[in-house]
Design a protein. Structure first.
Ligand code: CP
Length: 349
């Protein structure tokens, strides 16, 4: 779309047309019997239904021209997002903040709990902290090193909690971004084989496994034995109907993949507040590494995703291949958060 089209699209969006679209969407949603996102916590993708994924993708498509045009709208001009980050983040926090700015909203919060009473002598509890934060904004996006911390926050908060990653638990907004990227790049999540390479104890892998239960898609697990998914998690996937299988080496699986979903094998401990890199850094074994050589066996139509940051599981030499889509994925991270925040804050139903 050329710049003029983006401007027109933005102006359309900002006009009364928006209200008509909102009414039409609400009607569609009512007819589909879908749960409202307004005021809802986004803690996990475990219970997300197919039509809810599609509804978020639709809202993201409508908002995308604003981000692409580097414009700001006034959709959330009356709203404040609180960012409560107990663990380092580049993308998740800043994409939520950028999304809020693009929607004309406001942001406050912290990126380092050590500078709050939760991280000093007082070790203020999540309950007490959330009882404060709920007066400071209209939704809270929380990242925490303890699995289940956002769920604990949601018990005490009168405003929605968005899980920005909890320990080894889940990372729902990342996987919404990833599936939205697949939808944009490949047209549909259905019918796709996801080769998910990396540490399968990771929160992204959990959210992906749950999410794929709602699509006619394959979840192919490639992971070192000591980073394998738990039996409990695989039993949950069976229960939900996720179509999963395990492979042992990237060379045996790359040719069948539509989505090459890469995460680190060598990485930080997600259950700690902060994990500095030591003197010695392990190397990713070749069985779990994406290189230009490995990509020679991949489909030309496949796409490579990585939530980032990366270590040596995805070499920079791959960045120039036509299959690389992780920068588009990062851009979509802003668009997806625009959709999700505006839904949760009630701008759309
Ligand atoms: N993808 C992701 O969660 O990145 P950050 O840790 O930088 O937020």
């Amino acid at each position: 779309m050329v710049v003029g089209d983006v401007t027109r699209c933005y102006e359309d969006f900002a006009s009364a047309t928006h209200n008509q679209e909102k009414r039409a969407l609400n009607k569609t949603q009512e007819e589909a019997g879908m749960r409202s996102f307004a005021g809802r916590d986004i803690l996990s993708l475990k219970d997300f239904e197919h039509n809810e994924f599609m509804h978020i993708f639709e809202i993201a498509d409508r908002l995308e021209p604003i981000a692409r045009g580097r414009r700001n709208s006034d959709l959330l001009k009356e709203k404040i997002l609180v960012t409560a980050f107990y663990q380092p983040s580049t993308r998740t926090r800043l994409a939520h903040e950028a999304a809020m700015h693009r929607l004309g909203g406001h942001v406050n919060g912290f990126a380092d709990a050590k500078m709050t009473r939760a991280g000093d002598f007082y070790q203020e509890s999540i309950k007490d902290t959330v009882h404060m934060l709920e007066f400071y904004g209209d939704a809270i996006v929380m990242r925490h090193f303890q699995q289940g911390a956002p769920q604990e926050a949601a018990k005490w908060s009168s405003i929605p909690i968005i899980n920005g990653g909890d320990g080894w638990g889940e990372h729902p907004t990342q996987v919404l971004t990833d599936l939205y990227t697949v939808q944009r790049e490949l047209g549909d999540v259905n019918g796709k084989s996801f080769l998910a390479i990396g540490d399968h104890r990771m929160r992204t892998m959990h959210s992906l496994g749950y999410a794929l239960s709602q699509f006619d898609a394959e979840f192919v697990i490639l992971t070192p034995p000591d980073e394998a998914p738990t039996e409990e998690f695989l039993a949950e996937l069976d229960d939900k109907g996720t179509n999963w299988r395990v492979v042992d080496h990237v060379k045996d699986a790359i040719a069948d993949a539509d989505v090459i979903y890469v995460e680190p094998v060598v990485q930080a401990n997600y259950a700690t507040g902060r994990d500095e890199r030591g003197e010695e850094v392990a190397r990713t074994p070749s069985a779990y590494q994406i290189t230009r050589e490995v990509m020679k066996k991949a489909k030309g139509s496949a796409i490579i995703l990585h939530s980032l940051p990366r270590m040596d599981e995805l070499l920079p030499e791959v960045d120039k291949l036509r299959q690389a889509r992780y920068w588009e994925e990062a851009y979509n991270g802003v668009v997806m958060r625009m959709a999700l925040i505006s839904l949760v804050m009630g701008a759309w139903q």
